[in-house]
Design a protein around this ligand. Structure first.
Ligand code: DGL
Length: 295
């Protein structure tokens, strides 16, 4: 028999667990950064599947398998909620991962990104840039049109942005040249012809916000850049509160894990992952907090 006391003590034990996040590499750290800001009392366990990135150029069944394996690794370590901090994996596998782990909430990044876009646009003309996998699946178009049926959407795959970010090449002439190569057809060329351009650009890959300056420069004035991170963190905060799983607000302050602590799992090259993590999160990462794992 489960007593009320049993239920509440298992809830407090669950509350102490970290939030799990995964991405193919370091891109999901843009989501982790927003979550650390909005959920300062929580701990996080982040998995970057760097050995198998990029996900965006792979077929949907392969991405599904990778996402399942990454999710299983995090669940096995003990997490209270899972964030798929990768648009490609969210688009390919969110319902499958939710069905495979029904005892925890699994949150994706596509719906929050679509929400951010619909709130930002005034003209209703939205551009979406993402990996080839995300664009092919049309997940963003569906999510935007569900909220705003009159929206006009230009969707474009920009796969090379991912390797650029993983190499730490975030600004400067090379980043801007690549951004122009992709984005001129949406912004520069129509402007030259006196045509309307989108007023909102969704960075629909969690790697892309790291190239924000180069992308904004090429998109030009009057274009608002949005991404999933802030709204994903907001959704997670609301969900944890609803489920009484938010940490640090109740009698269990003074918990064993430090609030805001982050641990990392990576499938390849720990020193490189640590270096990039420090760069993207802006916090020192102790080597003992990064573990090499096989999926
Ligand atoms: N950061 C991921 C996304 O949001 C995937 C990048 C990749 O591995 O291709 O789509």
């Amino acid at each position: 028999m489960i007593t009320t006391q049993g239920i509440s003590s298992s809830l407090s034990a669950q509350r102490e667990l970290p939030i799990g996040l995964f991405d193919s590499g370091v891109g999901g750290m843009t989501v982790l950064r927003a979550m650390r800001e909005q959920l300062p009392n929580e701990s996080f366990l982040y998995l970057g599947d760097t050995a198998r990135m990029p996900y965006g150029t792979k077929g949907v069944d392969t991405v599904k398998r990778y996402a399942m394996e990454a999710a299983a690794k995090l669940v096995e370590r003990g997490i209270k909620l899972l964030v798929i901090a990768c648009n490609t994996a969210t688009a390919a596998a969110l319902p499958d991962v939710q069905a495979a782990f029904p005892h925890i909430d699994v949150v994706g990044v596509v719906e929050p990104g679509a929400e951010a876009a619909c709130r930002a646009t005034k003209s209703g003309y939205i551009a979406v840039i993402a990996t080839s996998g995300t664009i092919r699946g049309r997940a963003y178009e569906r999510a935007i049109l569900r909220r705003m049926p009159e929206a006009r959407i230009s969707a474009l795959a920009c796969p090379l942005f991912v390797s650029m970010v993983e190499d730490g090449l975030l600004e400067g002439p090379l980043a801007e040249a690549l951004a122009a190569r992709y984005l001129d057809q949406i912004f520069h060329d129509p402007r030259e012809q006196g045509l309307e351009v989108p007023d909102t650009l969704v960075l629909a890959c969690t790697h892309f916000p790291l190239l924000r300056n180069a992308i904004a420069h090429v998109a030009g004035e009057g274009v608002t850049l949005v991404d999933s991170a802030g709204f994903t963190a907001r959704d997670v905060r609301n969900l944890l509160q609803e489920k009484h799983l938010a940490r640090g607000a109740g009698p269990d302050v003074g918990m064993p894990l430090c609030p805001g602590s982050v641990r990392f799992l990576t499938t390849d090259d720990v020193p490189r992952f640590t270096r990039m993590g420090e760069l993207f999160l802006g916090i020192p990462i102790a080597p003992c907090t990064v573990e090499l794992v096989t999926l």
